[in-house]
Design a protein around this ligand. Structure first.
Ligand code: GDP
Length: 363
């Protein structure tokens, strides 16, 4: 599972309650082949019956972080609570995201709660793509949803797909980037100088330079790529995964937070049968099984007995984790959410950022 960092995507799915975050996540797990495997080993217990597997899957969907594979990339789906009442928790998890998929309801478009989560993601400088879900529902309107993204969120949406059919006749999405039409090309050229140059010279854009420009616009926040589908009918999910890989950043696209030997941020602590799971995002250095980590907040040093990568259908023991990784340590007693884990010989504290880039102070 070791991947080059440019092939890692640490993303969250941001959504208004009921917009379809759970269904979309489930379909992503299914599309990536992570579910419905028989006889896998779950932390030492082989799953033999379907009920147990279903139960595990249900739990996994709500796990703090799940790793899946898509097109040679590792996509870490980091759970972000959707409800505005959990604003603190939303903020904590937003810190560890490199990018996000904002899911909107194709009937309601941008709703007040999606707006507030969107603003929080703005504060943390999290690049986003948008997925307009439920296009199979009566009253769903892709174009209206795209317009509501522009009007309510004050960003420039760029629809890179067009719906085929509508409401109960909704059959899927057509990709507009493979053979880009004039309106998409003009929209992108207007926002991106490199694309404008090519457009002026050749009268169009190749699909490759269109996608490159879209990626750069997404990373800078100058535009938001919009896709659509129906998670319920399993339409548009593979295209969404393609877009995650194509347009959302890798950990390398973010400026390094610290050059400390080891610095990781705890973003979630969960009880599990295996013991307390401490989920963390690695910012620098290497975390090795069997070594000790220092928790400056608690003033404690603890041994790392197990490091897990949580996948949809199993937990995999890994010997180490490096910058950019999302993993869980089993059995730490003291680490709390928001805490830094570091090398006992090189204490460092990752401070909660009030702006896009976390700052570092040496303890
Ligand atoms: P969450 O609250 O954002 O996690 O939303 P869920 O995934 O639980 O979905 C809320 C409801 O909308 C459920 O009843 C889903 O079955 C339904 N739903 C989700 N996606 C779609 C879709 O694409 N089309 C339709 N018609 N219903 C959907």
């Amino acid at each position: 599972m070791r991947k080059e960092l440019d092939r890692v995507r640490n993303i969250g799915i941001l959504a208004h309650v009921d917009a379809g975050k759970t269904t979309t996540t489930e379909r992503i797990l299914f599309a990536t082949g992570a579910t419905y495997k028989q006889g896998e080993v779950h932390d030492g217990t082989t799953v033999t019956d379907f009920d147990a597997q279903e139960r595990d899957r249900g739990i996994t969907i709500f796990a703090a972080a799940v790793s899946v594979e898509w097109d040679g990339h590792r996509v870490n789906l980091i759970d972000t609570p959707g409800h505005v009442d959990f604003a603190d928790e939303v903020e904590r998890s937003l810190r560890v995201l490199d990018g996000a998929v904002a899911v909107f309801d194709g009937v309601a478009g941008v709703e007040p709660q999606s707006e507030s989560v969107w603003r929080q993601a703005d504060r943390y400088g999290v690049p986003r793509i948008a997925f307009v879900n439920k296009l199979d529902r009566a009253g769903a309107d892709f174009a209206a949803a795209v317009a509501s993204i522009r009007d309510r969120l004050g960003v420039t949406p760029i629809a890179i797909q067009a719906p085929i059919g509508a409401e109960s006749g909704f059959a899927g999405m057509a990709d507009l980037t493979a053979d880009p039409g004039a309106s998409l090309v003009e929209q992108v050229a207007e926002l991106h100088s490199g694309a404008l140059e090519e457009y002026v010279e050749t009268g169009t854009l190749t699909p490759a330079s269109l996608r490159k420009a879209l990626r750069e616009l997404t990373l800078s926040g100058a535009a938001v790529v919009v896709l659509g589908g129906s998670a319920y009918r399993n339409k548009g999910i593979e295209e969404l995964l393609d877009a995650v890989v194509a347009y959302l950043p890798s950990p390398l696209d973010k400026p390094p937070v610290t050059d400390a030997p080891l610095a990781a941020l705890v973003f979630k602590v969960q009880a599990a049968a295996t013991g307390r799971l401490t989920f963390l995002r690695m910012y620098s250095g290497t975390l090795r099984k069997g070594t000790e980590v220092y928790e400056p907040g608690a003033g404690e040093t603890e041994r790392v007995s197990r490091i897990l990568q949580v996948q949809a259908d199993r937990h995999t023991d890994v010997p180490e984790a490096v910058a950019g990784d999302i993993v869980a340590i089993v059995g730490l007693k003291h680490a709390r959410v928001g805490e830094t884990l570091c090398d006992p010989r090189h204490p460092v504290v990752l401070e909660p950022p009030s702006t896009a880039t976390p700052v570092v102070s040496v303890a």
